[in-house]
Design a protein around this ligand. Structure first.
Ligand code: GDP
Ligand code: FE
Ligand code: FE
Length: 199
């Protein structure tokens, strides 16, 4: 699909393909991310078409089996260290390849936003930041801090990336989850290095 020719009919077809891959609850999350991502794209000057496509497809592979991810990681030349991780890390990083292959979306900016949507990265494009933040603040999210995250996102997208990164990491530590190195890189860049100077 070419993002220059994104009609209402194409959007609806893409929505149907995505909906078939997931529970109704997850599909509602995806629609919330799309609405939020398009609003952020309009506010910060990114392509609303790319924001819509990336948002609709960001969790496309989330309900695939571990076996399918493991097969693709081995078959398609991913770093084998990925086999030590799980769906939380795979569904974006490896999931982008499912989107490319099965939905024929070849736009590298969209694919990269899908790859980075869970962990973030030190270097993120405007679209990467929009999808990362929209995934966190979409209207269906209810965790503590989400209201503040939404307020920050409307004022300063980079500050919203920092806020989300810090709070995701706090949550992972609180639950004693294993932390993917890229998540730490994101923290080092966006929270530790980028933090505002004290007055
Ligand atoms: P979702 O797919 O819409 O639920 O949201 P995400 O793709 O952002 O996150 C998926 C899951 O991965 C969430 O439960 C996050 O807390 C979790 N997650 C994010 N970063 C890491 C990490 O570094 N390590 C681990 N183990 N989980 C992470
Ligand atoms: Fe996700
Ligand atoms: Fe998501």
């Amino acid at each position: 699909m070419k993002s220059e020719h994104y009609t209402q009919a194409e959007r609806e077809l893409l929505m149907q393909k995505v909906q078939m891959q997931m529970s109704q609850k997850r599909f509602e999350h995806v629609l919330g991310v799309e609405k939020t991502a398009v609003a952020l794209a309009e506010k910060y000057g990114a392509s609303p078409v790319k924001a819509s496509i990336a948002a609709l497809t960001h969790d496309y592979a989330k309900e695939r089996s571990d076996e399918e991810f493991q097969l693709v990681i081995r078959r398609d030349g991913f770093k084998l260290d990925l086999l030590n991780w799980n769906n939380a890390i795979w569904h974006g990083l490896v999931g982008a390849d499912f989107v490319q292959r099965e939905l024929e979306i070849d736009d590298e900016e969209i694919l990269q936003a899908i790859r980075l949507h869970t962990t973030g990265a030190a270097k993120m494009s405007l679209l990467d930041k929009i999808i990362y933040v929209a995934d966190y603040i979409e209207p269906g999210r209810t965790f503590p801090g989400v209201v503040e995250a939404r307020e920050i996102a409307m004022i300063d997208l980079d500050a919203a990336v920092a806020y989300e990164t810090k709070h995701t990491l706090l949550h992972l530590i609180e639950t004693e989850a294993v932390i993917y190195p890229k998540t730490i890189e994101t923290y080092n860049f966006w929270v530790a290095k980028y933090r505002r100077e004290l007055p």
